[in-house]
Design a protein around this ligand. Structure first.
Ligand SMILES: [Cu+2]
Length: 123
């Protein structure tokens, strides 16, 4: 009798621990969600680049999309490892980066103007 109730208690305790663990896991998954794409709108007009060096938090592997509106052609240069570059034409173009897995700060530059558009802080 004693042994049996002890087992029941252990089973209850274990299932409680399991529920807590599962709840913990679900929460972790939400806080490290890296599947929501970051969209960055870029305007290049009369040699002015917007944004201009702004820092943006990015999770490792998170998709990043650039919507470029420009009055001339040019090139976006992403100083990731390996580097990525995208040629744009006058008008609006959309580019999706290959997700960056390495933590650190990655500069995105308008190559012809030599201006930093954003700094991606990968963590
Ligand atoms: Cu560059």
């Amino acid at each position: 009798m004693m042994v049996k109730s002890c087992w029941t208690l252990t089973a209850r305790a274990l299932s409680l621990v399991l529920v807590l663990l599962l709840a913990g896991c679900a929460q972790d998954e939400r806080s490290t969600d890296n599947t929501t794409p970051i969209e960055i709108a870029v305007t290049i007009e009369g040699g002015d680049v917007t944004p201009s060096g702004e820092r943006i938090d990015v999770k490792r592997g998170q998709p990043i999309e650039f919507d470029v509106t420009a009055d001339t052609s040019g090139q976006l240069h992403v100083h990731s490892d390996p580097a990525q570059s995208f040629d744009y034409e006058p008008g609006t173009s959309t580019f999706r980066l290959t997700p960056i897995e390495l933590p650190g700060v990655v500069e995105v530059e308008e190559e012809d103007l030599g201006q930093t558009i954003v700094q991606l802080e990968i963590r």
